[in-house]
Design a protein around this ligand. Structure first.
Ligand code: G3I
Length: 341
């Protein structure tokens, strides 16, 4: 089969995985079609701490970094700050929940900075590859899903634990800390930071959320915050018009950032029928034609899962390969081949 990565002129053709996809036939399938990976769970905030709250690199993340380095695959990091999959103790001190007092704000700023510094250092220390030509880490989602789903008054931001202590400030701070950490850790003196810093969110193809996302990114850029890239998750269904993906990518192309499709999938409903899998093939064909038309602006396109069996929405067959590692109509569509041969 034609490698999917050869059918797009985009630097990263990515897939979200854990260490189960780094050995055996899943890894063969991965390496045939993809040249970039995202850790589906093992680089999230909670993944960096053991049960005693000690920071350490997660064994699954180690597998991914080693696999990437050995196979010349890029790594897109996910994620330095999120409201989910973050230990509760992050927002507590001395046994009580943090408030928005000046003292508690400073406490949380310091905790965030320490976390981000430790992640950058751990990745660098692990392989000793960073700052060299073989550095696999090309990007990191710095903040994930900070935009509100409803119409919160004013700033359009999610009222998360980060927000309730620090307000909007946590977003520029996360980017500044990441910029400092990755510069110190990875960049040779005088060279550019090799890790691009992304903001990431879902439903960015929907107009009201897109307005809030766009306004936030504009505000960050105007304030000189080091945002390099805008991520669109694009968790879609058969009912999602691919023209809305096109419109989202077109709108953000006006800003001085690169873009990435970070978590692509397409649910077909239940029960899964042959007719819907064919529709899905056509959906992926249209979606990938949209991505090809934005190739100049796209840093990467990542499918959220290698096979339907390993997807977070496995019952709705959302990705390109089935549980037996066989190519679905979705693969043929994505690769620009005949969906119904
Ligand atoms: O690791 C534990 C394991 O020890 C335990 O035995 C098992 C029992 O339930 O749970 C395991 O944790 C699960 C984890 O995935 C690892 O498999 C969690 O329950 C489960 O909730 C978690 O789901 C992940 C989800 O994020 C959590 O929010 C999905 O795999 C992952 O695909 C999904 O990814 C998110 C992106 O990060 C952000 N955008 C949306 C996307 C889809 O929800």
């Amino acid at each position: 089969l034609t490698p999917l990565k050869d059918t797009v002129d985009i630097p990263g053709m990515g897939v979200a995985i854990d260490s189960r996809e780094t050995t055996g036939s899943p890894s063969d399938l991965l390496l045939h079609h993809f040249n970039q990976i995202t850790a589906e769970n093992s680089m999230k905030v909670e993944a960096w701490y053991d049960a005693d709250r000690n920071f350490r690199i997660n064994p699954d993340a180690v597998s991914l970094l080693d696999f990437a380095a050995a196979n010349d695959v890029r790594v897109y990091g996910h994620v330095l700050l999120w409201h989910s999959q973050t230990p509760d103790w992050f927002f507590h001190a001395r046994g009580t929940a943090l408030t928005s007092s000046e003292e508690d704000k400073q406490f949380l700023r310091d905790r965030l900075k320490t976390h981000i510094d430790n992640v950058a250092k751990a990745i660098s220390d692990h392989s000793g590859l960073f700052g060299s030509d073989t550095n696999p880490m090309v990007a990191f989602d710095v903040v994930n899903e900070v935009v509100s789903d409803g119409n919160e008054p004013g700033d359009g931001l999610r009222r998360s634990a980060w927000y309730s202590v620090l307000g909007e400030e946590f977003i520029p701070l996360a980017f500044e800390y990441a910029d400092e950490a990755f510069n110190q850790t990875y960049a040779a003196e005088g060279s550019d930071r090799p890790v691009k810093l992304f903001i990431n969110d879902y439903n960015t193809e929907q107009s009201a959320k897109q307005d809030r996302y766009y306004a936030l990114v504009e505000r960050l850029l105007a304030a000189g915050v080091p945002v390099d890239g805008v991520g669109h998750q694009f968790h879609a269904s058969l009912a999602t018009p691919t023209s809305s993906l096109d419109a989202a990518l077109t709108r953000f192309a006006a800003l001085p950032v690169v873009q990435a499709v970070t978590e692509l999938d397409n649910t077909v409903g239940t029960p899964v029928t042959e007719a819907n899998l064919i529709k899905q093939g056509h959906w992926y064909q249209d979606a990938f034609n949209v991505f090809r038309s934005h190739a100049d602006d796209l840093f990467s396109v990542t499918v959220w899962g290698l096979t339907d069996a390993r997807s977070w929405r496995s019952e709705q067959a959302p990705v390109l390969f089935d549980g037996d590692l066989q190519a679905k109509q979705a693969y043929f569509g994505a690769a620009g081949l005949d969906v119904e041969p």
